[in-house]
Design a protein around this ligand. Structure first.
Ligand code: MRU
Length: 347
């Protein structure tokens, strides 16, 4: 099977599959320096928590490579400044901050600026490879979640495009499919940026997994009719108590799932767990441009001058989450204990 790899490092350049152009065009954009990588994150040419983390790692490596300073203290000061800029690209997905902190920590442990430059590039490449391994491990842990003849609903895009390869929530769905089972897949269009309609539907087609696209607001009706056996989403940040930030609309799906007695699963790597936050109220939620709501591809769809509010994410309280699939295994409530175990076993 041809793997989808949205991020590629080649000849000193970061090559990204432009996710703003999919599915109509498969265009590669190149980032030659760290500010171009930051721009790609800001404009969502690359998106999804783990993919943002891997891009940030390459951004730190490029920032270091392009510094013409040999004094380590001065070098580290400038690298840390670049790190602050990279971290500010988007606020909610903690993988971005996690990746920058990991890279800067490694830079600090090296003795001179040449070895920092070499080591950071090696580390970014390793983080890209590691992400695929982790996603496949999650798939393996979750490969029995969907029963033969069952059905699953996913939201937004938590597939290969949102990672280095394979995906998190879509990875788990794929692992179930590759485990020989047949089941129905529904995916929401995910207003307003349409990650579901444009990206997840495209991925399922490439994978040869039949899927049905539904508008976000059809989910409740499908659940009530018994057509959804479980829900699996990704996450952008998970607090220590299991409260989960993910694409706007996830909370609605989780409440609907509980109301209808349907398990609600989250698939996310440990790098998405933020043990420094005791609960989800402390997670910063990105507020995006109101144009995404009032316009569609540059065409005004709401009355001129209308107010629109566009939060990019919401927080699903842990009480609605049945289990969190990580590379360490499946964490179940109470999450304060199980996430602690998962974080420690992934160290
Ligand atoms: O705004 P986006 O497209 O970056 O949001 C992405 C999501 O919400 C995903 O579900 C999440 O990052 C998990 S990706 C494996």
């Amino acid at each position: 099977m041809n793997e989808i790899r949205p991020i590629e490092w080649a000849n000193g350049t970061l090559r990204l599959l432009d996710q703003t152009r999919l599915p109509s065009e498969e265009v590669i954009v190149e980032a030659h320096g760290y500010l171009e990588a930051v721009n790609a994150i800001k404009t969502m040419q690359v998106r999804g928590a783990p993919a943002i983390g891997v891009t940030a790692a390459y951004a730190v490596a490029m920032a270091a490579r392009d510094l013409d300073i040999t004094d380590k203290t001065a070098f580290m000061q400038r690298l840390e400044e670049a790190g602050v800029t990279i971290k500010a690209a988007r606020p909610t997905a903690v993988n971005l901050m996690w990746a920058v902190d990991r890279m800067v920590g490694i830079a600090n442990s090296e003795s001179d600026t040449n070895s920092i430059k070499q080591r950071l590039l090696t580390e970014a490449i390793a983080m890209e490879k590691e992400d695929e391994v982790i996603n496949r491990q999650m798939g393996d842990h979750g490969k029995d979640l969907i029963p033969e003849g069952g059905s699953v609903l996913t939201h937004c895009n938590a597939g290969a495009l949102a990672t280095a390869a394979f995906g998190t929530a879509v990875g788990v769905i794929r692992a179930n499919w590759e485990n020989g089972k047949h089941f129905s897949v529904f995916n929401t269009e995910t207003r307003p940026f349409l990650q579901g309609a444009r990206l997840t539907a495209w991925e399922f087609q490439k994978l040869g997994i039949p899927s049905t696209l539904v508008v976000d607001s059809a989910a409740g009706m499908l659940m009530r009719r018994g057509e959804i056996g479980c829900v699996i989403t990704g996450a952008d940040r998970i607090a220590a108590n299991g409260d989960t930030a993910n694409k706007i609309g996830t909370y609605t799906l989780a409440v609907l799932a509980k109301e209808n007695g349907i398990p609600f699963y989250v698939a996310a790597p440990i790098s998405t767990v933020d043990m420094s936050l005791s609960n989800g109220d402390q997670i910063e939620i990105e507020e995006r441009s109101s144009d995404e709501v009032t316009e569609f591809r540059g065409v005004q769809i709401a009355p001129e001058g209308v107010e629109a509010y566009n939060p990019g994410f919401d927080v699903t309280p842990a009480k609605y989450v049945s289990a969190i699939i990580t590379e360490a295994g499946i964490a179940r409530p109470p999450f304060n204990e199980s996430l602690n175990w998962a974080v420690n076993s992934a160290k």
